[in-house]
Design a protein around this ligand. Sequence first.
Ligand code: NAI
Length: 425
Amino acid sequence: MTTPISERLDDVEAARESGRRKMDWAAQHMPICASLREDFEADQPFAGERIGMAMHVEAKTAILAELLAKGGAEVAITGCNPLSTHDDVSAALDAVDGVTSYAERGVDDEAYYAAIEAVIDHEPTITVDDGMDLVAAIHEDYPELVDTIVGGCEETTTGVHRLRAMDEDGELDYPVFAVNDTPMKRLFDNVHGTGESSLASIAMTTNLSWAGKTVVVAGYGHCGKGVAKKASGQNADVVVTEVEPRRALEAHMEGYDVMPMAEAAEEGDVFITTTGNRDVVVEEHFEKMQDGVLLANAGHFDVEVDLDALSDLAVDTYEARDGVQAYEMADGRRLNVLAEGRLVNLATPIALGHPVEVMDQSFGIQAVCVREMLENGDAYDAGVHDVPDRLDKEVAEIKLDAEGVAFDSLTDTQAEYMDSWQHGT
Ligand code: NAI
């Protein structure tokens, strides 16, 4: 049986202090969560509820977990990736009234899934996932809990993809909000968050420059657009690979070189995968790459770069730097994999994940979605649901207000005009 993180650390007090400092810093830059916290502390919308969470346990996520607990919930949380947990933050979170944290960095698969089970043992009435691990485990191993679960929220593209597939097969037995897909999340978190934090993490981990490099971005979706734009902004030449014709055309019209990975493999200095798919960079590509290339993945799972094939090709492998594993080929070329092919912005030793401001938006949406499930859960059947537009706007307005940005509103005449089909030329 997995125990909370506090029972597993040698110097738990020091860990808590360090983790709390990180949380306090994040909280200072999260005006949306601060505003919601005021409301939730007063209204206690989650009183009596148990919220199970499987997310990247670092400072920003900790602010969300604390926010839900301040709103009256009993929260149990673990990681959604074995390398993205910050143990000190996990310990600080475990010390918050109403929160139990099981997350620990670097655990093996068995301990990772045992921690998910420990969260489920709390018998959550709401689940908050990043990658669908909780929903999957509950449906597979604890179907008896489904009846008491009001609903769930899913943070990332890959989780929403899996949920939609499950829903289409008629296998999803409770309602889940596709938090990822709502504009206040996807247009900021996936684009700016992934772009900025992936490039920062690669640069800090390698101490190498972007200027003059050829950066191959696999996938020109939300994350890929952010990575490509920011790499271009750092004076790199950007090459895009795609499988979707309109996305490929969009990249071409933005001025990027678009080509198949088989050709890009010869050109790139840095490869960043953002597809949410598997086997995007494989043996035939490794064979063509130049000496010294960097291979990084920003998609959710560690299956975009075929590390088994790379291991098989390598005559030697060694840790070139913290967070960088070099694979030496028979002809002497070294191909360098960052963060074991896991989310590069979250899983390198120095990785901090997305910028705080971006996560304030994503977690503001999560928090109002949990509130919506509890207030109006009956309105949602089992299946995947879009976040209601009014909630997305609510969070945008809190953020604009915090930034001191004023904006216009429609006059009555304009509103009537926009709603009317009778006004023509
Ligand atoms: P998206 O669906 O907007 O974009 C994915 C793109 O990859 C699509 O245009 C698709 O056509 C393309 N693609 C699929 N297979 C491909 C292949 N074999 N070669 C080239 N392109 C291919 O998805 P989004 O929102 O950009 O998310 C992508 C991944 O990043 C997901 O796994 C998501 O969970 C993850 N993600 C990671 C974050 C991070 O912090 N690193 C943050 C948000 C999402």
